[in-house]
Structure formats: structure tokens, C-alpha cells
Design a protein around this ligand. Structure first.
Ligand SMILES: NC(=O)c1ccc[n+]([C@@H]2O[C@H](COP(=O)([O-])OP(=O)(O)OC[C@H]3O[C@@H](n4cnc5c(N)ncnc54)[C@H](O)[C@@H]3O)[C@@H](O)[C@H]2O)c1
Length: 374
């Protein structure tokens, strides 16, 4: 195991079956030690790196080198086109085809290394879960969003034309390895998108984190490592605790992470996955959910204002452009959280607490979403 002196922090994710529990390693400038850490963990001998066209150019040579130095000789790499459109069944087939060719007689001890943001992580985890009924995989999240959220928890999958993340499984990685230094090359728009998920943690569970963001968002947007480290570690602790308590989303605990996502996913899907980044769509979703909550008398006006203000100040969108309300309403009906046709929403009751509410009047939802379309 990695020692604390080399890294900022190691956060455990405990799961019911102990052999599936794993660590999240967080550090700065630690990519070149990846090979050594993987060697110690021994999840496989043949390294299959999945990355995208942006991240591959920047970091794949460095990690390949670190695997070589650690003594791995059987290494392959597959690069997908960057962007949400690659999180599809078609692209997962291309990855699988390449993987079959690498794993000649399907006898190698493969470990898949997902080097990239949430798209690579979700797609690569999905492929790892179905290839030969499951092989080990490691997440190396390189966006703020994937470092604070999608990189851990084992919800992996792809989008289908009918909706977002509609095909997938729970399949946990054996290690999450986070190098904060890679965020220096992340475009500002992507950094803001990741910040949306941190705002989410503040609203659903941690009022102090929300306050920290209100005070420090400018420093974060200036790529200040001290404040980024603070929010990444806080977020990871929140998510790992939730995943430990409700790994498979069956106890109304993990569902809290979906605050803003019911409407957010519908916006992403209705706009063809090319108008909004994930964090941008869920920002609008978080505002809509807080307004629905206000109209139901569940949250006070000041808290709704604080949520809206922070999202606006960060520079995340609050309006839906070029999309018909019917398209969003239809996409929303395919949401996995709906039960027996009844809608289910995660609604804030104050900054730091949410409830799950079912069967909300459709006209109310429609009215709130429509008021954000311009
Ligand atoms: N599995 C989960 O629990 C979970 C949770 C939240 C979100 N998600 C999913 O995550 C996806 C969004 O992830 P994302 O926001 O990371 O998007 P992404 O993977 O598309 O990455 C965003 C962009 O940043 C680029 N990039 C990544 N790291 C970089 C770096 N260090 N330097 C320069 N460029 C870099 C990528 O090439 C891409 O163009 C969505 O599909 C969403 O549904 C999953």
C-alpha cells in the first residue's frame, strides 16, 4: 500500500464484501509513481489503457513510462474521441474489439486503466464489467468532476439514444488514483462543470462546504491547489461514505447524489449531449429542484437564493437555450429513479439537507422548467 508521506491522503471505500473495498489515493504530481503502486496492488499483469483524444496526448506517455519502469512489459492503449458522444454502446464495442485483439487467447490477467474524465471512467468501467464477465480496472480521473464524483462508486455505463446512462452496472474499481496536478491543463469551462458537483455535495449534506465555496470559489477558478485540495478531499469523503452505506442505491441514501440530476439528465438528453456539459445541465437542474421545493413550501427563499447565486457567480448556466419543454418532459419520464410511473425528486429543505419526494404534480415541474427556457 502507498504510504501517507508520499501522498496527500488515502481515503478508503469500504464495501460489504471486504475484498471489493478499495482505496482512493490523492496526491500532487504522482502519475509517475502509478506503475509502482499498481505493481504492489497486483490487479493484473497486462495493462490496457483507455483514454481520450485530449488526455491521451497529455498524459498517456507518462503513465506508460511509469508502468515500464515498474516492470510491466505487456501494455496497450486505446484512444476514444473526447466528449460525451463517445459514452455509447457503439464506442464500447470498438473498445471491446481492441481489447479482444490485445488479449489474444483471452487468457491474460488484464487490468484496464481508465485515464480521463467521467466519460472514459464510465465507459471503461462498463467495458471492464462485461469483458470476460469482469476484469479489474483502475480509475485515474483527470477532470474535477471525475475526481470528486464519477471516479468512485462503481456506477458505470453508457448512454443510449433513449436517454442518459440507461445501460450500465455497479462494478467497483480496485483503485482510484487522483493526481491533482493534471487539473492545471483542464479548461476553465470543465473546471466549472466539476464545481457543480461540489456545490451539489454542499446542498445535499454539508452546509459548511457550501459556505466554503461561497467564500473561495474565485480561488478555485484560479486553479489554487490549496482550495482545490480542500474541496476534492471533502467531496471524496462524502461520496465514499454514501457509497459505503448504500452501494447499490437501494436505501434512499445514494439517491441524494442525484439532486439536480433528474432535470439535468433530461436537459442533456433533450439537447443531444452537445449543448451542455454534465455539470452545466445539473446546475440548471439544481436550481429547478430548489424552486420546486420552495413552491412546495419545503425550503425558505433565502436558501434558494444562495443556491442560485453561487451557481451564477461560478459562471454556470441557469437558463435552457433552444429546447422545447415537451422534449425535456419526455426525456425526464425515462429517468431511472421514477418508480411505477411516479416521479421521484431529490429536493433541498435547507442548505445541507435534502429529502426524496415522490409523485410531484407534473404541471408544477413543467411550470418551473419552462420558466428557465429562453
Ligand atoms: N459514474 C458516476 O457516478 C457519475 C457521476 C457524475 C457524472 N458522471 C458522468 O461523467 C461524465 C462527465 O464527465 P467529465 O465532466 O469528466 O467529462 P469528460 O470525460 O467528457 O471530460 C471533459 C473534457 O475534458 C477533457 N479533459 C479531461 N481531463 C483533462 C485534463 N486533465 N486536461 C485537459 N483536458 C482534460 C476531456 O478530454 C474532455 O474533452 C458524464 O457522462 C456524466 O454522466 C458519472
Amino acid at each position: 500500500m502507498v504510504t501517507k508521506s508520499q501522498f496527500l491522503n488515502i481515503i478508503p471505500v469500504y464495501l460489504k464484501s471486504r475484498d471489493r473495498s478499495y482505496n482512493i489515493v490523492v496526491g500532487i504530481d504522482i502519475l509517475n509513481q502509478l506503475g509502482t503502486e499498481v505493481k504492489k496492488l497486483n490487479p493484473g499483469e497486462s495493462i490496457f489503457i483507455l483514454t481520450d483524444s485530449n488526455v491521451g496526448k497529455l498524459y498517456s506517455n507518462q503513465i506508460i513510462e511509469s508502468f515500464r519502469i515498474a516492470g510491466f512489459s505487456d501494455i496497450d492503449k486505446f484512444e476514444i474521441k473526447a466528449g460525451e458522444k463517445s459514452k455509447s454502446l457503439k464506442i464500447s464495442e470498438s473498445v471491446l474489439t481492441h481489447l479482444y485483439k490485445f488479449d489474444k487467447y483471452q487468457q491474460k490477467k488484464i487490468v484496464i486503466i481508465n485515464l480521463g474524465g467521467g466519460v472514459v471512467g464510465d465507459l471503461g468501467g462498463f467495458v471492464a464489467g462485461i469483458y470476460r464477465r469482469g476484469v479489474n480496472y483502475i480509475q485515474i480521473p483527470t477532470t474535477l468532476l471525475s475526481q470528486v464524483d464519477s471516479g468512485l462508486g462503481g456506477k458505470v455505463g453508457v448512454n443510449v439514444p433513449l436517454g442518459k446512462n440507461l445501460l450500465g452496472l455497479f462494478y467497483q474499481p480496485c483503485l482510484v488514483y487522483i493526481d491533482l496536478k493534471v487539473l492545471r491543463t483542464l479548461p476553465l469551462r470543465e473546471l466549472k462543470s466539476g464545481l457543480a458537483e461540489v456545490i451539489k455535495y454542499g446542498v445535499i449534506i454539508d452546509g459548511a462546504l457550501f459556505q466554503y465555496l461561497e467564500k473561495n470559489y474565485r480561488r478555485i477558478l484560479n486553479y489554487d491547489y490549496g482550495s482545490i485540495k480542500h474541496i476534492v478531499l471533502k467531496s471524496l469523503k462524502i461520496k465514499s461514505k454514501i457509497v459505503t452505506q448504500d452501494e447499490k442505491d437501494t436505501k434512499d441514501i445514494r439517491i441524494k447524489l442525484n439532486y439536480g440530476h433528474t432535470i439535468g439528465h433530461a436537459i442533456e438528453s433533450a439537447t443531444g449531449y452537445n449543448q451542455y456539459l454534465h455539470g452545466e445541465a445539473i446546475s440548471i437542474g439544481m436550481i429547478c429542484a430548489s424552486e420546486i421545493s420552495f413552491k412546495l413550501g419545503l425550503i425558505n427563499e433565502n436558501d434558494v437564493k444562495r443556491i442560485k447565486n453561487l451557481i451564477e457567480e461560478v459562471g454556470l448556466p441557469t437558463k435552457i437555450r433552444k429546447c422545447r419543454i415537451e422534449k425535456i418532459m419526455n426525456s425526464m419520464k425515462r429517468d431511472k429513479k421514477f418508480k411505477s410511473g411516479k416521479n421521484r425528486f431529490v429536493l433541498p429543505v435547507k442548505i445541507g439537507a435534502v429529502i426524496v419526494k415522490e409523485d410531484i404534480n407534473e404541471n408544477l415541474i413543467r411550470e418551473v422548467i419552462a420558466s428557465h427556457i429562453c
